[in-house]
Design a protein. Structure first.
Lengths: 218, 211
């Protein structure tokens, strides 16, 4: 879902930012296991990072807001393994495997983790970039019911291309399992007043990282 | 609501979550999808290898070495990976420099994208609804909650991390640190100053000779 609760930019009413002094990296041991499982299962290639983001965005809004960040990851992971036929709901209920696993092409090994490796989302460009730094652009007013990375507050707005980042995996396609569908990516900057109206603070500029299909010449 | 969020974020349902997470890991392990030793190593790497100490050293190097700073601002991934003492970072790291004219702040309104390799795991506030919702519309109000008041006339630039590009703010080098070593400079660079919600520590209280 795109117009869901995760798309929070510009909303009011959530109160002040709560800052925890000397905050630890984790607040409970189970959070560590969730991070590790997320990485381990992500490496199996059964879904993409944006597919995983979509599974959390599709949580009911009240659930999304009321559970902690790593619990959201845990629930997203449970949804993904069930949706991809790797684990049955009955197994989640039982808390143990009731059937053998299906065969996966990839599994993250200790050796893989030790080797590390640098991940890139850049891909060969199927076509030249349509825009260059300095171009005026208007973001499209799109409202897909599937995953997108164009936030609501920045739709239909006039901005300026600041940097051409390269050609990257397109999240809107990757989330659906529809392949990388590489698209040019740009830093597009907007005046605060373009986003928030004439009474907004004139000293504010906001940029998003926008894929070419989100943009029109202006 | 914020009070509830707070309680949740600090593990009030710890035992329930512990059971739920243990069940999931048991199932994934029994079905042969994950290797527990690999998972243990991931946790160890996250706990010991990454964190804001990396970013602090990168910023300190940029303050001390103009050529490194030029490379960092041109291509942060390339610059960080060119220094043998630093662990390699993933592609698409972007360094943005604070100046007297412009102060940079990083947010992810859609989820919680954050430069893990140089700053470690994001703090709870970075992932919270108040920060994600308000930073793009009321950055001055948000900065005030962090105790940051910028000089009048400073522009604020918000970077919403909506793709796989990740942002590291290079704060301004505090005056009075001429001739300091990189180690001494790194001690001034806080995590929040590299997100844009803080400023470096004052050199007076943290000079290499001070107690």
């Amino acid at each position: 879902m795109t117009n869901s609760i995760h798309d929070m930019g510009g909303m009011h009413g959530f109160g002040p930012v709560e800052i925890e002094p000397d905050e630890p990296q984790f607040h409970a041991d189970w959070e560590k296991r969730v991070v590790a499982m997320m990485r381990g299962m992500g490496a199996t290639g059964q879904w993409t990072l944006d597919g995983f983001r979509a599974s959390m965005e599709n949580l009911p809004p009240l659930t999304y807001l009321s559970v902690s960040y790593f619990e959201r990851w845990c629930r997203g992971l449970e949804r993904q393994v069930v949706a991809h036929g790797l684990v049955g709901e009955d197994e989640l209920t039982a808390g143990r495997a009731l059937r053998p696993g299906i065969r996966l092409n990839r599994k993250l090994t200790l050796d893989d983790v030790n080797k590390g490796g640098v991940r890139t989302f850049e891909r060969p460009a199927p076509a030249p970039a349509r825009f260059k730094a300095g171009d005026s652009v208007r973001t499209r007013n799109i409202n897909p019911t599937t995953h997108t990375r164009l936030p609501r507050y920045a739709r239909g707005k006039l901005g300026t291309v600041e940097v051409v980042r390269g050609c990257h995996v397109f999240p809107d396609s990757a989330a659906l399992g529809a392949g990388d569908n590489p698209q040019w990516l740009y830093a597009v900057v907007f005046a605060g007043r373009e986003l928030w109206g004439e009474e907004a603070d004139p000293s504010i500029m906001v940029s998003i990282e926008a894929f070419e299909p989100y943009l029109m010449p202006a | 609501m914020p009070a509830d969020d707070h309680a949740h974020d600090h593990g009030s349902e710890l035992s329930e979550m512990q059971l739920r997470v243990r069940a999931l890991e048991t199932i994934l392990t029994e079905k042969g999808y994950v290797d527990p030793a690999a998972l243990d190593q991931i946790v160890e790497n996250v706990e010991t290898r990454i964190g804001p100490h990396i970013g602090s050293r990168v910023v300190a190097r940029a303050w001390a070495d103009p050529e490194f700073k030029r490379r960092l601002l041109a291509d942060a991934t390339e610059a960080v990976n060119s220094v043998a003492e630093f662990d390699p970072v993933g592609a698409h790291l972007i360094a943005v420099e604070n100046t007297p004219q412009t102060h940079n702040v990083v947010v992810c309104t859609l989820c919680s994208c954050y430069p893990w390799p140089v700053l470690g795991l994001p703090p709870v506030w970075y992932k919270s609804a108040p920060y994600r919702s308000r930073t793009v519309i009321d950055p001055k109000g948000v900065l005030a909650e962090f105790g940051v008041a910028l000089p009048a006339g400073t522009d604020i630039r918000i970077w919403d991390s909506t793709a796989e590009t990740r942002f590291l703010v290079v704060p301004m080098r505090p005056a009075g640190t001429e001739g300091w070593s990189e180690e001494a400079l790194a001690a001034l660079v806080t995590r929040d100053s590299m997100v844009g919600t803080g400023l470096p520590k004052s050199p007076e209280a943290n000079s290499p000779g001070a107690l």
